[in-house]
Design a protein around this ligand. Structure first.
Ligand code: NAG
Ligand code: NAG
Ligand code: NAG
Ligand code: NAG
Ligand code: NAG
Ligand code: NAG
Ligand code: NAG
Ligand code: NAG
Ligand code: NAG
Ligand code: NAG
Length: 413
């Protein structure tokens, strides 16, 4: 595991000679390490993040989302309930991070949520040891409640909620193909820069493409098959985030909303250029959901439908399988604090909802695995038996077996 400090020193020394050979494709001059002349782009591709192994007949990957709770420090009640409304009454606007860290629901969940993230990380490690997962595919919300940026507080959160949370066994080597969620963009550009440009240098398991952008593509390559993944930042597509009252309204989301056509073009051109058997769109928000169908994502979905691709998303804090528009939607948003309401308390709102990992009282923690091979992708939903001293928040009789599975056999085009 590379740390930022031990990377910067040798890279600085190597810089002039090494850069020519490193294949840095784009100048990312927007990010500059403090007190140095080293741009993120300069060091970005020197060695790069880990990637999944190539050449397997069957490659297993884990799909995981909505996990990053550990270490979150909410704003205190005194501030949230008294000072914040008083400031607002005077027309003093508090920063979005500060407002967001007052979220009353999230404040109520934090103790349980942290424990659930820890228990679920152990469960994911156990299943992945059994199944030999080679990589993790993240669908975002990496750091509640207000993301991380390049500050001491951000670094501490990065360590607590991810670096040390996912360790040992498969976690020691498997790369995480990362994605941004709504919580990740609350700090704006500085938060996005930390996750897309700094984190890959901080820890080589954290993968965010090769250009330091919030959208990117990667391929997984087997012995006789390949799969093309496109990651986009769905935060840029939601019109609700463009309201000036939204905690997600900042210069980053404004800019990427106005340039969202770039992400559409990137998705379209990457899918068109790819001859892979399998194509995936990896993003945070759901187009098909048991809670809220984000119709603003329609332009992305037109491209998905045209290429017979599969969608992986999070945001709803539960696990689900939806089939609509001849497309599979894999929801894996349950690696942190699961919420039954996000899966309509377990009741399918229509025949498009094939599976919901919830009941009338609670939703399960867990994640999804995909066993990818030439002719079939086996998709398995692992739901954790949530026993605790004095009860069971979600009962699964034998949770080392998947609670649900389905197969994708229709190749992409
Ligand atoms: C990268 O930056 C250097 C120095 O500012 C400049 O000379 C070069 O043209 C830039 N390359 C690209 C591809 O923009
Ligand atoms: C940054 O570059 C400038 C101009 O090349 C140079 O004078 C300065 O010493 C450099 N600073 C560091 C920290 O290397
Ligand atoms: C890059 O990898 C090589 C070979 O593993 C290693 O010797 C070198 O120290 C690494 N460079 C950095 C900057 O981590
Ligand atoms: C796990 O899967 C990878 C990729 O197919 C393979 O290289 C490796 O040998 C497998 N490990 C075990 C223990 O089966
Ligand atoms: C937290 O977990 C306990 C069981 O440990 C449960 O009884 C309680 O309802 C949970 N609280 C919340 C807010 O989820
Ligand atoms: C938000 O937008 C509304 C109408 O679009 C405007 O009246 C208001 O002044 C704006 N508030 C801020 C803080 O910019
Ligand atoms: C797709 O291929 C065209 C033609 O080779 C190329 O210009 C374009 O950059 C490629 N798009 C992507 C996203 O790789
Ligand atoms: C969400 O989409 C599905 C599939 O098209 C549809 O059946 C359902 O009614 C939609 N839900 C809402 C609340 O619009
Ligand atoms: C999905 O199907 C619905 C009707 O069932 C249609 O209104 C919508 O435009 C379709 N979306 C896409 C992306 O094809
Ligand atoms: C789910 O159940 C809770 C608690 O019983 C209730 O408040 C909520 O309205 C239900 N939500 C849905 C979508 O049915």
């Amino acid at each position: 595991m590379a740390t930022l400090l031990n990377l910067i020193a040798p890279v600085g020394a190597l810089l002039s000679g090494a850069l020519a050979q490193t294949g840095v494709e784009t100048n990312l001059t927007t990010y500059m390490y403090p007190d140095s002349n080293i741009t993120a782009a300069s060091v970005y591709s020197v060695n790069g993040s880990k990637v999944a192994p190539k050449g397997a007949d069957i490659l297993t990957v884990g799909v995981i989302g909505d996990y990053g709770w550990a270490g979150w420090q909410p704003s205190p009640d005194d501030f949230c309930l008294k000072v914040l409304p008083y400031l607002e009454s005077l027309g003093v606007h508090s920063p979005n991070e500060v407002r967001n860290d007052c979220d009353p629901g999230d404040k109520q969940y934090i103790i349980n949520a942290t424990q659930m993230q820890m228990d679920t990380s152990a469960y994911v490690g156990q299943i992945c040891a059994m199944k030999n997962c080679s990589a993790f595919i993240s669908v975002g919300d990496n750091f509640y409640d207000s993301g991380v940026d390049f500050t001491t507080a951000g670094i501490l959160r990065f360590e607590q909620a991810w670096v040390t949370m996912y360790q040992q066994g498969v976690f020691d080597y498997a790369p995480w193909y990362q994605c941004l969620g709504n919580h990740d963009v609350v700090p704006g550009q500085s938060g996005v820069d930390f996750q897309t440009k700094v984190a890959p240098l901080y820890d080589d398991r954290w993968y965010f493409g090769t250009k330091g952008l919030p959208y990117y593509t990667y391929d997984l390559t087997g012995s006789d098959w390949s799969a093309t993944f496109v990651v986009v930042d769905s935060d840029c597509f939601l019109s609700s985030y463009q309201k000036n009252t939204s905690v997600y309204y900042n210069s980053y989301t404004q800019a990427c909303h106005s340039t969202r056509q770039e992400q559409l073009d990137f998705l379209s051109s990457t899918f068109s250029n790819s001859t892979a058997e399998w194509k995936f769109l990896q993003l945070h928000h759901p187009y098909r959901s048991a809670a809220t169908n984000e119709t603003d994502l329609e332009p992305l979905m037109d491209i998905v439908v045209a290429h017979k691709a599969t969608v992986m998303n999070g945001h709803d804090h539960c696990m689900g399988h939806f089939y609509s528009n001849d497309t599979n939607f894999i929801l894996s948003g349950a690696a942190g604090y699961p919420q039954a309401g996000d899966c309509n308390n377990g009741t399918a709102p229509g025949p498009y909802a094939k599976f919901l990992g919830a009941n009338s009282l609670s939703a399960a923690n867990g994640f999804v695995t995909m066993d990818i091979s030439k002719n079939v992708i086996n998709v398995e939903y692992y739901l954790r038996d949530m026993t605790f001293d004095g009860g069971d928040l979600y009962s699964v009789v034998y949770d080392l077996d998947p609670s649900y599975n389905f197969q994708i056999t229709q190749h992409s085009c």
